[in-house]
Design a protein around this ligand. Sequence first.
Ligand SMILES: CC(C)(COP(=O)(O)OP(=O)(O)OC[C@H]1O[C@@H](n2cnc3c(N)ncnc32)[C@H](O)[C@@H]1OP(=O)(O)O)[C@@H](O)C(=O)NCCC(=O)NCCS
Length: 349
Amino acid sequence: MPSDSTIAPKGTGRLSATTGAQYARIHAVGGYRPERVITNDEVCTWIDSSDQWIRERSGIETRRWAAPDETVIDMAEKAARDVLTRSGIRPAQLGAVLVSTVTHPYQTPAAAPLLATRLGANGAPAFDISAACAGYCYGISLASDMVRGGSAEYVLVVGVEKLSAFTDKHDRGTAFIFGDGAGAAIVGPSDHPAIGPTVWGSDGEAWDTIRQRESWTHILNAWEDRQQSGQDSTIGMKGQSVFRWAVWGMAPVAQQALDKAGITVDDLDAFIPHQANMRIIDQLIKQLGMPADIPVARDIAQTGNTSAASIPLATERMLREGEAPHGGLALQIGFGAGLVYAAQVIELP
Ligand SMILES: CC(C)(COP(=O)(O)OP(=O)(O)OC[C@H]1O[C@@H](n2cnc3c(N)ncnc32)[C@H](O)[C@@H]1OP(=O)(O)O)[C@@H](O)C(=O)NCCC(=O)NCCS
């Protein structure tokens, strides 16, 4: 056996490397909201609550639920087709497909490869991102870096959730919050900076603040017992801890995203935070000292909290309803189970 010092590397310095576009931008945003509207009154047939309490504590008036046989891939496909049409990008031009979701019911395979195939994306690389309510902003960050690094020219980013399938209808702490839906964006080359630096991170110490109650291993092992309860795989949440973390922890993250982009709140044309809870949104506005005339996404009132889908759905609504200008600057921030978070300033498509 030769000693290490006698082995000479053969190819050092001979690898070629990719370089991409100098800058990236969001070319279009699209969305899909399932047909079935669930009112607070309907929720109150499952939990001891009232329409007034739910409106006051969360700002939610209605949420959408997918049909029982409608999957996250079905919803993702509808949002993806919408954004492809709006952007004018053909499926064959997609260099990667990223799906942010925590409610695709298969541990493997991921949702993204099947979505890519359904769209006709010619075998593009495809994978899922598990970053809960921060998943869309994680996806935008990855896609931006992929476009600039040269590993893809156009990237489809989808945030999609079927939370109705993972929510305990009888849990007063979560039953009224979650909804279903899909939002999507196409990220591609730009001739000027249009996606600011991402400020992101995680705190695994607080992993049990919002989480699936039992592991899949436990659920498989306890299959027989589960026939009795049927609730092990639903999501549990320490509501007050989440609230405090979201307000006090996320305002500085949002401020850092503004600082890193080189702008102030006064330069914003829209604020699009994760649609977690209207009171969290109001507190973030206050913490950031945001001028009263800056349009703020409040899609949660009609759509509920759709986790990874909430920011693209809220963006789609603001643009469609003329609340925010095309080409304007928006601060977006996602945060949730992990705990994980990500914020960036983007130029609206
Ligand atoms: C979930 C949330 C609305 C609950 O509000 P809260 O004020 O913290 O509620 P608490 O659990 O402290 O309970 C306060 C009171 O409301 C009652 N209550 C709790 N849930 C209720 C419900 N669904 N309907 C009516 N009353 C309810 C409690 O019984 C309690 O009553 P009491 O004071 O008489 O004992 C709030 O914690 C929250 O918004 N958290 C953040 C959740 C979130 O955004 N999650 C998504 C993150 S991605």
